[in-house]
Each structure stands twice: as structure tokens, then as C-alpha cells.
Design a protein around this ligand. Structure first.
Ligand code: ATP
Ligand code: MG
Length: 195
């Protein structure tokens, strides 16, 4: 079984994530995509605004309706800072028959050289890279040991970020059609990102 791992802070999950996950599934011929919220993301300067439980709930709501999507709480369940090297080793030991690839947007492709223990990661897993507005998908500036592990698949430019959703919520604007309706309703009921 070929599984794409779409990791993120998902604070909150939005349609850009879901479109990227679906494009990766089609473009790379994946059997499933697992949506995996980080517990404490290593790359972010600030802690997530929503709790891990709330981010998990929203990921579960967003995965509904796509039979190929599955939420996984492997990083939240493990706790602490979510380093990909640890997650990959855990996934491989729990699912020895699966072949895993990481699905990442263009910002993360450019950031790969900074990933904790990237030289070990590239020995264990491949990446599926997708376009994102504002970021180059040109990999000529990356070391070949990294760029050779990335497969680019077709993606449309989706100008949605969790940052822009949080900001829109903060100013009382509308996030309809930027996130799944169930996620929008969850944010509303739980007063998420209102300040
Ligand atoms: P934030 O603004 O808080 O950083 P984000 O929208 O970047 O949130 P993350 O949870 O940081 O979302 O990203 C998780 C993964 O999804 C990353 O690999 C990122 O590149 C990818 N991603 C997020 N939004 C898009 C998008 N609109 N198009 C393509 N990839 C995306
Ligand atoms: Mg981000």
C-alpha cells in the first residue's frame, strides 16, 4: 500500500491542504492519504492557537467524505515536539508493509535543508512537492541529495493559509469556502481565533 503523509500544524486545516492532499493522491498514485496534525511543530516560532484536541477534531471533520483520506493522531498521541525523523521510524515499525511518502507544499520544499536530521530522513522516505503561491518550486538551489528525493506533482495555485484564516476570524470576516463547512461551524461554536 502506498500512503501519503500530509503533516501540518493544521491551525486550522483548510481547503489548500485538502486540495494538495487530493492532487498528491492522484498525481503520485497513492492508495491513501493520512492527515497528520503535529503535536508541537518544530518549525514554528509560536505555539498553535488551537489546542491539539481542537486541531485533531477539525482534521477529523475535514477528512470526512473522502474515502481515501484518513486522520492519524500518531504525533499528537506521542506528545512532545513532533520531529519527522521519529514519526517516520514509528510509522515504518507500525506498518512494515506500507510505503510512505511525505506530502509538502513549496514553502516546505525550500525549507527541507533545515529539517532536523534531514540526511537520515532522505534515506528513509520520499517527498511529494506541490506548488504554493509565493514560493518557488525550483529545486536547483537545494543539495542534490535532497532534490533527488522530491517528486513534483501538478497542483493549482491555492492562496489559502491557516494564518489568513486565523486573521479573517480575528477581524470577524468570513471563511466560508476556504475551509470545509464542518470546520467553519466547529470554529464558530468553539470561538476559535476570535482574538
Ligand atoms: P500557517 O499559515 O499557520 O503556517 P499553513 O497554511 O502554512 O499554516 P501548515 O499547517 O503550516 O499550513 O502546512 C502544512 C503543509 O501544508 C505544509 O507542507 C504546507 O506547505 C502545505 N500547505 C499549506 N497550505 C497550502 C496551500 N495553499 N497550497 C499548497 N500547500 C499548502
Ligand atoms: Mg505553514
Amino acid at each position: 500500500m502506498r500512503v501519503g503523509i500530509m503533516g501540518g500544524t493544521f491551525d486550522p486545516i483548510h481547503n489548500g491542504h485538502l486540495i494538495a492532499a487530493e492532487r498528491a493522491r492522484i498525481g503520485a498514485g497513492l492508495d491513501e492519504v493520512w492527515l497528520m496534525p503535529a503535536n508541537v511543530p518544530p518549525h514554528k516560532p509560536r505555539a498553535p492557537k488551537a489546542t491539539a484536541d481542537q486541531r485533531w477534531d477539525m482534521v477529523c471533520l475535514a477528512a470526512e467524505g473522502n474515502p481515501f483520506f484518513r486522520p492519524t493522531d500518531i504525533e499528537i498521541g506521542k506528545g512532545g515536539v513532533s520531529y519527522s525523523i521519529d514519526t517516520i521510524k514509528l510509522l515504518r515499525s507500525l506498518h512494515p508493509d506500507a510505503e510512505f511518502a511525505y506530502i509538502i507544499g513549496a514553502d516546505m520544499v525550500q525549507y527541507l535543508p533545515n529539517w532536523h536530521r534531514i540526511d537520515e530522513i532522505t534515506q528513509l522516505i520520499r517527498f511529494i512537492g506541490l506548488a504554493r503561491p509565493g514560493y518557488e518550486l525550483d529545486m536547483s538551489n537545494l543539495p542534490s541529495s535532497i532534490s533527488s528525493c522530491v517528486t513534483i506533482v501538478p497542483m493549482l495555485q491555492v492562496e489559502i493559509s491557516s494564518t489568513s484564516i486565523r486573521e479573517e476570524r480575528r477581524i470577524g470576516g468570513s471563511v466560508r469556502y476556504l475551509v470545509p463547512e464542518a470546520v467553519r461551524a466547529y470554529m464558530e461554536v468553539n470561538h476559535l481565533y476570535e482574538s
